[in-house]
Unconditional design. Structure first.
Length: 402
């Protein structure tokens, strides 16, 4: 019976570090704005510039470093990520801080997709979903534990210490990967790069699913505070607890999805995940519409957010598995495109949710998110079984049954 290589759990520390940095920024924005003598709205662009820089720069960077051995690339990416966060910690003004976030996005891009690809390379094909779920679970743990801890540290000792915490985690990641991770086979040189991959219809549909899933989820998640305030009267503390519950749902989803994908068709799992996301968003819209400012109304939001996190995370891991199987000889580049679509969805969600909230009010946010989620279901198509491609080519295969 095949066993999962336990050393791929080291890669989860890296995704935990990247996730913690991303989530903790939102928690320290007011303190950053005060220290930098600027507005919270302007500091909020620290999140946007990271997402856009990752989305646009990730695939070119991965292609640029495709000849570097995966273990060495992961170590270098972690060190670079640490240096970028150290720069953020000592930034004298908002311009340097934004620059640090752009650099951090480059380090994150060179770690996340190659880490998922390395986990896949060290794993038997039948355990691929479980391997990917291990690396992705680090991000869910960051949302559940890393971000709250980093925010508390930032509140107690200053926002700069939050970035120093991430710097330390990144250095620890580099050390542990360097000492304990085995060498990973170098993938063949990609032929045609991302344009060739984007020429594959199956890849395009997969990226559309990723974009839609994260656009829908983050449209609501980004504006969870005003939505839950309108729905149940939750204050900032209540919303923070809901975010932790959401992350806990992601952890649960990450733990079970590998086994689920081993038993059921990927397309079926994805459609169910998107339907569940749509259903819980609809329930939140209902609570917002009726202004359920009661104990029962508040209590029901906890299982809703738990299910929301589990479904969203299950969908995200399923998507990584889908992309990894569509381009087995170009996994780093293909997964780089996946993460680019993910961060484009995150960046667009801020605009979509903000427009809905500003023009129509809190109820419009979950309505918009729900419409996007249900529309994304149509992109779950052309899901093929893994096929080994010849060097320098992109596989063009017949789509599996939908």
């Amino acid at each position: 019976m095949s066993m999962l290589n336990p050393r791929i759990h080291l890669l989860a520390l890296g995704t935990f570090t990247v996730g913690t940095e991303g989530y903790v920024v939102a928690g320290v924005l007011p303190a950053v704005a005060h220290d930098m003598h600027t507005s919270v709205a302007l500091c909020g662009q620290l999140v946007t510039v990271f997402a856009v820089a990752y989305a646009l720069g990730g695939p070119p960077l991965i292609r640029l470093f495709h000849s570097v051995r995966p273990k060495r690339l992961l170590i270098g990416a972690a060190v670079f990520f640490a240096a970028a966060n150290l720069l953020a910690a000592v930034a004298p003004d908002i311009g340097v801080l934004i620059t640090a976030r752009i650099l951090a996005a480059g380090g994150a891009a060179l770690f996340l997709a190659p880490a998922a690809a390395a986990a896949a390379a060290l794993t038997p094909p039948e355990l691929l979903p479980r391997a990917i779920s291990v690396t992705a679970t680090g991000n869910a743990l960051a949302l559940t534990a890393g971000a709250p801890i980093g925010t508390v540290i930032g509140s107690a000792f200053g926002w700069r210490v939050s970035f120093l915490l991430v710097t330390g985690l990144a250095v620890l990641t580099a050390l542990l990967v360097g000492v304990f991770l085995p060498e990973v086979p170098l993938s063949p040189a990609p032929g045609g790069g991302r344009l060739a991959l984007l020429g594959n219809r199956s890849i395009r549909w997969a990226l559309a699913t990723t974009f839609g899933l994260f656009l829908a989820s983050y449209t609501l998640y980004t504006y969870l505070s005003p939505v839950m305030g309108a729905a149940t009267g939750a204050d900032s503390t209540g919303v923070a607890v809901l975010m932790v519950v959401f992350g806990a749902g992601g952890l649960i989803g990450g733990r079970v999805i590998g086994r689920v994908l081993a038993r059921f068709a990927l397309a079926r799992v994805l459609r169910i995940a998107l339907l569940v996301v749509t259903a819980v968003i609809a329930l939140i819209a209902l609570l917002t519409g009726v202004h359920a400012h009661t104990t029962a109304g508040s209590a029901v939001t906890f299982p809703i957010m738990l299910i929301f996190g589990a479904a969203w995370w299950s969908g995200g891991i399923s998507q990584q598995t889908r992309v990894a199987t569509l381009a087995p000889d170009q996994r780093s580049l293909a997964l780089g495109l996946h993460f680019s679509a993910q961060y484009l969805g995150v960046a667009a969600a801020g605009a979509v949710g903000g427009l809905a909230l500003g023009v129509f009010g809190p109820l419009a946010v979950p309505i918009a998110a729900g419409v996007i989620a249900i529309a994304t279901i149509v992109t779950v198509r052309h899901i093929a079984t893994p096929v080994r491609q010849s060097k320098g080519s992109v596989p063009h295969r017949q789509p599996a049954a939908r």
